[in-house]
Design a protein around this ligand. Structure first.
Ligand code: PEP
Ligand code: MN
Length: 263
C-alpha cells in the first residue's frame, strides 16, 4: 500500500487547514522537549512569525538514559494545545507507548513515532487507529525497505495519512550524531507515494550544519523539514547543541523562502 505500484498519485495529507505532500513545503519547528509554558509559548511565537506552519515539541521523551529529563507528559500536551490556540500552528508530538496513544491523540494534530519505535509494531497499529496523521521517523539502523514496511503497518490498519521522516542513520562516522541519508528522499519518492520530510537536527546533532542540510533536503525534493529551535539553546533540557537559536532559525526560514514556496 505504500508503493507506487499500489498508488501512483502523491498522497496529500490534510491537517488543520494545511496540505502536506504534493507541491507544498512545510517547516515543522520547535524545541526538542516542552520544558515550561513560557519556553513553549515563546518558541511557538518565534516559529509562527518566521513562517513555519507546525509546532513540534515532545511531551514524552525517549531518552537514552533513564536519568535524563523524560518530558512533562500531559502537562506538556496542555501547553502544546495552548500554543496551537494562540498561534494557529498545528501540533506534532511524539507518542511512545500504546497506552498513551489516546491521550496524545486528544491534543496532537500529527502523532510522531520516534526512531527507536519504528518497528514497535503494536504501537504502530495502535497509533494508526487513533485517526490522526502519523509522522513515522526512520529507525536509526533501518533499511528503506524496513521503513516502508513499518509504514505498511499503519496503512494496513486503514490509516492512509503517513508522513515519512528521514532523521539520520548510524554509520561509522561519529563527528555528526548520525549520517543524514539524503538519498532516501529521491528513493522514497521513486518507491512510494507518501510524503517524505527531513529532520536535519537529529541527523547531524550540531546546529551549525542544520541550515546547509535543510537547503540540501529541499533541493533533493523533501516535502518539508523538522527542525529543532529553542529560545535559548544553552539552557535546553534536551538536544541544545543541535537546536537553532531564534536568530539562526529566522535566517534559515528567510533563506528557504528564497527557493521554496513555504506553506
Ligand atoms: C525528536 O524528534 O525529538 C526525537 C526524539 O527524534 P528521533 O526519534 O529521531 O531521535
Ligand atoms: Mn530532540
Amino acid at each position: 500500500m505504500a508503493s507506487r505500484a499500489y498508488k501512483d498519485e502523491p498522497t496529500v495529507i490534510k491537517v488543520g487547514g494545511l496540505t502536506i505532500g504534493g507541491d507544498t513545503v512545510h517547516v515543522m519547528a520547535g524545541p526538542c522537549a516542552v520544558e515550561s509554558r513560557d519556553q513553549l509559548l515563546e518558541a511557538a511565537q518565534i516559529v509562527k512569525e518566521a513562517g513555519a506552519t507546525l509546532l513540534r515539541g515532545g511531551a514524552f521523551k525517549p531518552r537514552t538514559s533513564p536519568y535524563s529529563f523524560q518530558g512533562l507528559e500531559e502537562q506538556g500536551l496542555e501547553m502544546l494545545a495552548e500554543a496551537r490556540e494562540r498561534t494557529g500552528l498545528c501540533i506534532v508530538t511524539e507518542v511512545m507507548d500504546p497506552r498513551s496513544v489516546e491521550l496524545v491523540a486528544r491534543y496532537a494534530d500529527i502523532l510522531q513515532i520516534g526512531t527507536r519505535n519504528m518497528q514497535n509494531f503494536f504501537l504502530l497499529r495502535e497509533v494508526a487507529r487513533a485517526g490522526k496523521p502519523v509522522l513515522l521517523k526512520r529507525g536509526a539502523s533501518a533499511t528503506i525497505e524496513e521503513w516502508l514496511l513499518a509504514a505498511e503497518y499503519i496503512l494496513a490498519e486503514g490509516n492512509r495519512d503517513v508522513i515519512l521522516c528521514e532523521r539520520g542513520i548510524r554509520t561509522f562516522d561519529d563527528y555528526t550524531r548520525n549520517t543524514l541519508d539524503l538519498t532516501a528522499v529521491p528513493v522514497i519518492k521513486y518507491l512510494s507515494h507518501l510524503p517524505v520530510i527531513v529532520d536535519p537536527s537529529h541527523a547531524i546533532g550540531k546546529w551549525r550544519f542544520v541550515a546547509p542540510m535543510s537547503r540540501a533536503a529541499i533541493a533533493a525534493g523533501a516535502d518539508g523539514l523538522l527542525v529543532e529551535m529553542h529560545p535559548n539553546p544553552a539552557e535546553a533540557l534536551c538536544d541544545g547543541p543541535q537546536s537553532l537559536n531564534p536568530a539562526n532559525f529566522r535566517a534559515l526560514m528567510q533563506e528557504l523562502g528564497g527557493f521554496a514556496s513555504l506553506m
